[in-house]
Design a binder for this molecule. Structure first.
Ligand code: PLP
Length: 471
């Protein structure tokens, strides 16, 4: 292209004021405000000024095209990166999909607290400075039987502060069967090293007896740490010292028994067909001095790390400098308070906490939901796709109850052309995104983690994905 031709092109670019007159831009200004749109127009024009000399004649320099392009850029900017997704994986606490779905009542409370000021760290009686940790202590004590409690950012933070405040410069004994890695970055040996405590491994992977702990004991020993092997399971020739034995041993030798439960349920969920897991209350009752657990696993609340147990020990955690770095905000406290209040009434907890409710959904209901979805899809997908309602297996997930599954129902989709991955990808990138899983050349959409309200949205997303998959 000659120099003259280039400057010709540039001269063809419409002025800002002409663009401002188009209806597309006018409506954008109405919704987004003039300064933002003016900036977007100038950016688009200067982009074109640079690009046009390169001879890209695919771009038609019309006022309408430029206005449309500005509008599209704005839409992409407004479209948020983190957005709602339909979880059709059947994994109730899917870490990649944000773990626990929060109860409506908790959201409402958080909105109430977030839209104004609150008594986060002020005592209303006296007007004096208060402690944010005070808000949930009596509720957590009532629910778990603990003397005291503290809440940190997540359970990894809770374990780290326990090890730092109570174990730094001393020795922490852990059974080799419990030296776990959870979710990639929570590696117990690394975390203990970071805390400044010295890890002393005892026993073997599959068997650790009380005598193993006794043989490791010396005058630097401070803590015995138990860690729930959340994401794997040992079967066969195994043996471990019980909490009661360890608690007695710790009492005799002046050690602290810490039980990292990870998922930390407050209720026994074995009525849903799961094997009974040790609850927070049971761990404390069997003699653990401190129990740590996540807020967003089986509890069904926001991301948080909760420590319950012995009052003087909890006080040491709260007054440790790390506590300031790991403190939770008012929103988390508001969410958590409502979730914990729901547990005061087990019936309400079961029906209003989505995590518990999902665990308990009966198969008949899931089957009806699958039928509803299949009916909505009738004649909506190209012939190449076949839908079938089949039995599936849900999981709790989030490192809770590994190896245990709950019977569930899925809609499985097969593709005659053998390109089911393509449909799965279209669904993931659609609106709203839907995440299922591929097994035996089919795309499985598990109904346990899809709520009744989401079925219509899921059907629409599936229809769009099927149509896009054709081209
Ligand atoms: C999940 C888990 C953690 C980490 O908890 P986060 O809340 O994800 O930080 C620590 N310990 C155990 C045993 C766990 O299962």
């Amino acid at each position: 292209m000659t120099k003259e031709a280039q400057s010709d092109h540039r001269r063809q670019l419409p002025s800002v004021s002409r663009l401002l007159e188009t209806s597309a831009i006018k409506s954008l200004i109405e919704s987004e405000g003039r300064p933002l749109i003016l900036k977007a127009i100038r950016e688009e024009l200067s982009r074109l000024r640079v690009q046009l000399p390169n001879g890209s004649d695919s771009y038609q320099i019309s006022v309408e095209n430029i206005a449309a392009s500005v509008a599209m850029n704005m839409r992409n900017r407004i479209d948020q990166s983190i957005k709602p997704v339909i979880n059709a994986t059947g994994i109730i606490l899917h870490t990649g999909l944000g773990r626990a779905v929060l109860p409506k009542a908790a959201i409402e409370n958080a909105v109430r607290i977030a839209t104004g000021h609150c008594n986060l760290e002020i005592m209303l009686e006296t007007g004096n400075r208060g402690d944010r940790q005070a808000h949930l202590q009596s509720l957590l004590s009532e629910l778990t039987g603990a003397e005291s409690a503290a809440v940190f950012n997540n359970n990894a933070a809770a374990v780290l502060i326990v090890m730092t405040a109570l174990g730094a410069g001393k020795e922490v004994i852990v059974s080799r069967g419990e030296l776990v890695e959870i979710g990639g970055s929570f590696r117990l040996p690394d975390l203990i090293r970071t805390s400044g405590a010295t890890l002393v491994e005892v026993g073997t992977t599959n068997r650790t007896r009380l005598t193993d702990y006794a043989n490791a004991l010396n005058d630097r020993t401070a803590i015995i740490l138990r860690c729930h092997p959340s994401n794997f399971r040992m079967i066969g020739f195994t043996e471990e010292a019980t909490n009661t034995e360890l608690a007695e041993f710790c009492r005799q030798h002046g050690l602290i028994l810490v039980d990292d439960l990870g998922s930390g349920a407050l209720v026994d969920c074995s009525n849903t067909g799961l094997e009974p897991a040790v609850t927070v209350q049971q761990s404390l009752a069997s003699g653990a001095d401190l129990v740590t657990f996540s807020g967003d696993k089986m509890l069904g609340g926001p991301q948080a790390g909760i420590v319950v147990g012995n009052r003087p020990l909890v006080s040491q955690l709260i007054s440790h400098p790390l506590a300031r770095a790991m403190r939770v905000d008012k929103i988390t406290l508001a969410l958590l308070e409502t979730v914990l209040q729901l547990y005061l009434n087990p019936e309400r907890a079961g029906s209003e906490i989505p995590t518990l409710w999902r665990l308990g959904r009966p198969l008949a209901e899931l089957k009806r939901q699958a039928q509803r979805l299949v009916k909505l899809m009738k004649n909506e997908l190209p012939d190449r796709y076949r839908l079938e309602i089949i039995a599936s297996q849900s999981e709790v997930g989030g490192g809770s109850l590994p190896g245990q599954t709950i019977a569930s129902v899925a809609v499985a989709i097969s593709d005659d052309r053998g390109k089911i991955e393509l449909l799965a990808q279209k669904l993931r990138t659609g609106s709203p995104p839907v995440v299922g899983y591929i097994k035996e050349d089919r795309l499985w959409l598990d109904m346990r983690t899809v709520s009744g309200d989401e079925v219509t949205l899921l059907a629409e997303a599936l229809r769009d994905a099927g149509a896009n998959g054709e081209v």
